[in-house]
Ligand binder design. Structure first.
Ligand SMILES: [Cu+2]
Length: 183
């Protein structure tokens, strides 16, 4: 009887060890070098666009083309904390992606939300095209941007006002997904 009890105890101990190991494994998201977000218009707007993110040795290269915006103007451009565009005004995407708990800033500031990508500048046709490398972004590890939201705002981000740069309502929303590298 004692042997049986000891055996059962040993089995329980072993099981709890195995369980702990599983719990301690940290999920770091999908391994990819290419991500993409399709920008859909919020209610009452007619913008559309594509944003791609490519992992490089220097950081993440962001390339965006967004059309249907007002001509010759600046529009706040951020990664937001939820990849959730369900609300007609895209407020479901929440605040800025800010896993390092920093104040709002511009993309070249050391103190910034990781999601602070600055502004999209439009041409005379209301089309914004940008291509830059963000040294602080990553498609890997615990601060990976995969799965979060991309928002295009109606107003200019002043890069200073807390917590969101006074960029106004959201004109477009997209979700950053793993891109097909062969597309
Ligand atoms: Cu924003």
């Amino acid at each position: 009887m004692r042997i049986l009890t000891t055996t059962i105890l040993a089995a329980f101990l072993l099981m709890s060890c195995v369980q702990e190991e599983v719990v301690e494994e940290i999920y770091e998201g999908p391994e990819t070098d290419f991500a993409v977000a399709i920008i859909h218009p919020t209610e009452g707007n007619d913008i559309s666009g594509v944003v791609t993110f490519t992992q490089t040795d220097e950081g993440v290269r962001a390339e965006a083309t967004v059309s249907g915006l007002p001509a010759e103007s600046l529009h706040g451009f951020h990664i937001h904390e939820y990849g959730d565009c369900r609300a007609p005004d895209a407020l479901s995407a929440g605040g800025h992606f800010n896993p390092t708990d920093m104040p709002h800033g511009g993309p070249t500031d050391t103190e910034r939300h990781l999601g602070d990508l600055g502004n999209l500048p439009t041409d005379e046709d209301g089309v914004a095209s940008i291509d830059f490398v963000d040294e602080q972004l990553s498609l890997r590890g615990e601060h990976s941007i995969i799965g979060y939201g991309v928002i295009v705002h109606e107003q200019r981000d002043d890069l200073v006002s807390q917590p969101v740069g006074d960029a106004g309502p959201r004109m477009g929303c997209g979700v950053i997904g793993v891109a097909n590298p062969e597309f």
